[in-house]
Design a protein around this ligand. Sequence first.
Ligand code: GTP
Ligand code: MN
Length: 623
Amino acid sequence: MNPQYESILKDKLDADSFAKLAALANDKLHAFVADAIELCEPESVKVCDDSDADRDYIRQRSIELGEETTLTAEGHTIHFDGYNDQARDKAATKYLVPADMELDKKLNQIGRDEGLTEVRGFLAGSMAGRQMYVRFYCLGPTDSVFSISCAQITDSAYVGHSEDMLYRAGYEQFKRIGGEPDFFRLLHSAGRLADNNTSADVDKRRVYMDIAEEMVYSTNTQYAGNTVGLKKLSLRLAIRKADREGWLAEHMFVMGVHGPADRVTYFAGAFPSACGKTSTAMVPGETIVGDDLAYLRQVDGQVRTVNVESGIFGIIRDVNANDDPVIFDVLKTPGEVIFSNILITDGVPHWLGMGEDIPAAGMNHSGEWTDGATDAKGNEITASHKNARYTIRISALANRDELADDPAGVPLGGLIYGGRDSDTCVPIQQSFGWVHGMITMGASLESETTAATLGAEGVRTFNMMSNMDFLAIPLAKYLQNNLDFANGLTDVPLVFGTNYFLKGSDGKFLNGKLDKSIWLKWMELRVHGEVDAIDAPTGLLPKFEDLKALFKQYRDQDYTEAEYVQQFTLRVGENLAKLDRIEAVYQDVADAPQVVFETIAAQRERLTALQAAKGDYVSPLDL
Ligand code: GTP
Ligand code: MN
């Protein structure tokens, strides 16, 4: 070990931790830990390997420190984030951009020197009196072409415990990479803690990505979306790496859809936060590979994909026995589960929309809570936060797909793009091909904002490929990479657009939450060319008789023609208005590919012709 780091490390690490770190002969890694010690000034440092003992230690520490509290059911714990630290903080999340680098003006950024000074200033001495944990993980399966090694430093045992559940262990992988400098570094400190163990200085909350150095800084926050460095923070680094290396890093679930005769066809789907990735991947009857992040690579003419993660950090609101029976069952059964920001009474968890009566008093993210309580701004405090979550391991799920950890990934039959769209797109349609799908579905995604990010809800927002929050390269380049990705493929995945959130004139959703299971079955049949479709100006629509048969077969539901017509009526004016909005977005994107404008123009022409012939609202039976 380089003597410069050795003295710093020996001073803070006990013999066991020092031996574990020294066994990884990696200068860059030693420098990272030594620098973090000098900067954050922890009282002690614990280096963890992949052993059960170290995992148990972290879990135990989280309970001892009060970051998590045990609940009645064996293995269940509750963690609370600060009242004002309940979601991803987009405004305080920025790229550090060196003077000689240009980043798209649409991306939130700060000069590297200025940003480093600021965030390192907040991190200085931040771990005084506390223990620092040094952890190793792997994004994607280990020992795979998809693997990315990560070193995480944090002073939050809750963050460490969450990562143990959400990511594959990576200490052994670091042994394999030896002295290679190619890994992500993630440094987090919860900062000064208030009496209730939550980050006290959320005004100084910062999440900065040092993209030139593949390093992430996060401080004065605990909410996992801001602190679990391997999640969205690493996604941003992975998007840059993928751009350099010719693959795709996506905000997508991956699942196996089970077709006739035991056939399994894999789909990946990109929906913005709180728009249905987890609930789709956990649909009854199908199998889950992942629910949030996927890497896609071309292998032998096919698209193969892996789950970046090995667990689920899912939204708990509205998870109930009817709508999400598989998840609900896991949350009601003993086993390792971290609940966050829900209501607890006598060791029992309660949340909004769970389908059971919620007690009128208990402990929640605001502290001691009673029904009707209001916060400092006079807003009602709900029993559980709308963005409250649960953390579970995929290995604990009965519906885990058998290829979920396959280092070769799964072959993709289809890609799905969908957002929260109350008035424009039909519930499900297939694109005319890869480019049409990438442009009119992926690159035209809009979604109404939700509680998963701070700020107003219900505002229609452009969200290219659902990846807009995490893009770390110019928009045009990212779009071109997606367009080019199909070049050279022998099996081009079909591209679909879904909309689970379409509403009728009464403002009510037109579909039930499990209708998506039928759209999945339809897509599966389309991949194998086993059902026909209706040619509409915006894409290929399912036929009534096919959906009716699928609803009967899989849900024992009598799907009526009236429902079909209401759901699949083409809203021509709304679709035209959307094209105008999207065109305006791309007119403002530097170097937007010309094919975007051509594809939009062609779609507009088809819609206008239909409007002239049949009016503003056209039944699928009239197409
Ligand atoms: P992140 O984990 O934040 O990335 O979100 P996600 O995309 O995994 O969303 P999730 O599946 O957790 O769903 C988010 C919210 O959308 C929940 O409140 C669900 O109840 C709701 N939701 C999911 N699917 C449907 C649906 O088909 N219809 C309606 N109306 N709501 C849905
Ligand atoms: Mn999710």
